[in-house]
Design a protein around this ligand. Structure first.
Ligand code: SF4
Ligand code: SF4
Length: 334
């Protein structure tokens, strides 16, 4: 078993491209916030132009098409094929499984590196309470159809106190589905989900550490590469902010471009795309926050999720929160 913390590096870049915010579902933890991210559906010409803004670094950039639900965009196949022509390092479509516009018939496994399906429960009853009726069956059927056509598939499981209990059932399910990668995410109450929420649904440190690494190991034992967020730093581990040492861009249909996903509910974006140019925002924006050093680790976590911090009797933090972009990766050694 190989375990590594995926270090931040300016040598690779991630471009999370939200081409629309519309969706057929309304998941309990959805981070999309149309007031902050826009309601537009980008035209294919705009998508191509905005991809071009990042093309100089394309061979080092992992591109992820997102929404809303990106397959609701009728021109997603054309967008994917354009991205290939720009030679992005990898291309992924993140989907809720409904695979609109017969997307699997309009692209080939050569056009995309991964189709990534979101599933938040090992059973329909748990998943569908979180993600909506029919979403479990859509994902399972979508993966079967995608694998039959030769697409490489991934799965994203967002852990909360509503579905942690079913994570231990996932190794059997994912190995039967023949997927290639499994991503565990930690719930963040942002976007639509934050409005009207009565609790964070986050799991405690002890619960997280007692369940997640073990399940990740079991899934990795089946040959699937597993990635999960570090969340809590060890005492001797250095804190680093991806906003400073990595190259991540979160692009939204209203032209906002963020460097940090935790800032996405606020007008703190580092750039705006205006007239097809990437224009740096005036201070104060997220960039100035990245430079702040606090004993708790991530500044944005302390600002928007202070509930997941504990303090010792002397007032010092019991643990430091890692950057939400810092991941652990497990893979079976061969
Ligand atoms: S989490 Fe994804 S699938 Fe669910 S409502 Fe939001 S955009 Fe749609
Ligand atoms: S999550 Fe925290 S540490 Fe990571 S980029 Fe944002 S502010 Fe920096």
């Amino acid at each position: 078993m190989q375990k590594k913390t995926v270090a931040f590096s300016k040598d690779s870049s991630n471009l999370f491209f939200h081409i629309l915010t519309r969706c057929n579902l309304s998941c309990a933890h959805c981070y999309i916030n149309p007031d902050q991210h826009g309601r537009q559906t980008l035209s294919i010409d705009t998508i191509r132009q905005w991809l071009g803004l990042f093309a100089h670094n394309a061979p080092r950039t992992n591109l992820i098409f997102l929404g809303g639900e990106p397959t609701l965009h009728k021109d997603l196949p054309a967008a994917v094929k354009s991205a290939r022509q720009f030679h992005f390092k990898s291309i992924t479509i993140d989907t809720n499984g409904f695979l609109f516009h017969d997307i699997l018939d309009k692209i080939t496994p050569e056009d995309v590196d991964f189709i990534s399906f979101s599933l938040d429960g090992a059973t329909a009853s748990t998943n569908d309470v979180i993600r909506g009726p029919g979403s479990y069956d859509a994902v399972i059927s979508g993966i079967h159809r995608a694998r039959k056509k030769g697409f490489s598939c991934a799965m994203i499981y967002t852990v909360s106190d509503k579905n942690l209990h079913e994570l231990s059932q996932m190794p059997g399910l994912v190995s039967s589905l023949d997927i290639h990668r499994f991503f565990i995410q930690v719930i963040g109450m942002r976007g639509n989900s934050a409005a009207g929420s009565t609790g964070t649904h986050q799991v405690s440190k002890d619960l997280w550490l007692s369940v997640i690494p073990e399940v990740a190991r079991t899934i990795a034992d089946t040959g699937i590469i597993v990635t999960y967020p570090k969340v809590f730093l060890e005492k001797d581990e250095a804190f680093t902010c991806a906003g400073i040492v990595a190259d991540n861009y979160f692009v939204f249909p209203n032209g906002r471009v963020y460097r940090c996903p935790l800032c996405e509910d606020y007008p703190l974006h580092a750039y705006t795309i205006r007239d097809n140019t990437l224009v740096p925002s005036l201070p104060v924006n997220e960039t100035q926050l990245f430079d702040l050093t606090i004993p708790e680790g991530c500044v944005m976590n302390k600002i928007i999720q202070p509930g997941n911090l504990d303090y010792l009797a002397d007032g010092t933090p019991a643990h430091r929160i890692a950057c939400c972009m810092l991941k652990q990766e497990l893979s079976r050694t061969v």
